[in-house]
Design a protein around this ligand. Structure first.
Ligand SMILES: [Zn+2]
Length: 321
């Protein structure tokens, strides 16, 4: 007989109502960090729909769920609490990456109403330059190229081209985007990107208790960037946030955040400027090992999918890597 995998077990647990029971007792202890990118109606978006974590109604439901089942913490709690403090807690930290405008328009009112002190990792150059991200630009070009094709075909093409982009060295990125624009007969996207928050919005969020973390100036995958550029990306992004928002920026998240998007060298350099840094490939920071947490690879879960998926993630984060 073949034993079912943990993943299968977790899915069955949800359908049998076992997750509800487990939540009463708690299957994990420690710090679970959830990551969101965009919130809203992806179907209306002419840019990358793959970065939508969920829609407004589900986000409100998820935040209410987190509020009633776990201890919601701020980044100050994470940075200041001693390791022994995490042993018995079921703490959740809500984070957002990049600086999308729906974070302000949709998520912020919900967070404020529920008094959830979320942490926003903001790419300073997106706010300053209003420049388009590579993934949004690829999606825009391909969507125009395949106008009339099914959503599924277009999304598949976008995923393939974005995934190829991940693999190429930084020096070839511009040529690659030029080629995609030529193939699509759209050329490159030349307008200011309408998808980013403004400094004014971010200041309002800061005044309401939201926190901010560094997420570079231009959102490169740092391990594919010359290490000579790391210092600028690490420090200038932070400097702009502190200057515009009058806040203390203590933490950083690696762009994309997969295990191959940071290295031992990068972690060391990051540690010279920040008190902690977050990855984004799943897992939970286990309470019993809190004394040994790698503070420059604090684990986060990117949130996607329906509410059932959210229940599984928050009930069994240690199993679903
Ligand atoms: Zn990012």
């Amino acid at each position: 007989m073949k034993w079912p995998t943990y993943r299968t077990l977790a899915k069955r647990a949800e359908s049998l109502g076992l997750n509800r029971l487990v939540r009463l007792v708690g299957s994990w202890r420690g710090l679970l960090v959830l990551t969101y990118h965009r919130i809203g109606d992806a179907d209306q978006c002419e840019f990358d729909r793959g970065v939508y974590s969920t829609d407004e109604a589900s986000f409100a439901e998820q935040m209410a769920f987190v509020r009633s089942h776990f201890e919601v913490v701020s980044i100050d709690d994470v940075v200041r609490r001693p390791a022994a403090d995490w042993k018995k807690r079921q703490a959740v930290l809500i984070t957002f990456d990049d600086g999308y405008i729906d974070n302000y328009e949709i998520a912020f009112p919900i967070l404020k109403r529920l008094e959830i002190p979320a942490l926003f990792f903001v790419t300073s150059g997106f706010i300053d330059q209003r420049s388009i991200s590579w993934w949004d630009e690829i999606a825009w070009m391909v969507r125009k190229q395949y106008a009339g094709a099914s959503d599924e075909e277009v999304d598949d093409a976008i995923v393939e081209i974005v995934e190829n982009y991940y693999e190429i060295p930084e020096a070839e990125c511009e040529a690659y985007l030029n080629r995609v624009g030529d193939d699509a007969q759209t050329g490159r996207y030349s307008d200011a990107s309408p998808v980013w928050m403004t400094w004014e919005m971010l200041r309002e969020m800061a005044a309401s208790g939201m926190s901010f973390g560094g997420h570079t100036v231009s959102h490169p995958i740092l391990t594919r960037t010359r290490s000579g550029n790391w210092e600028h990306e690490l420090t200038e992004g932070r400097r702009r946030l502190e200057e515009e928002l009058s806040v203390d920026v203590q933490v950083f998240s690696y762009p994309v955040g997969n295990p191959d998007c940071f290295s031992a060298d990068l972690k060391q350099q990051t540690a010279r400027h920040y008190r902690a840094a977050f990855s984004c490939y799943g897992g939970v920071n286990q309470g019993r090992g809190a004394g040994n947490w790698d503070r420059f690879d604090l684990r986060r879960w990117p949130v996607y999918g329906p509410m059932r998926q959210f229940h599984m993630t928050t009930t069994w984060p240690q199993l679903l890597n």
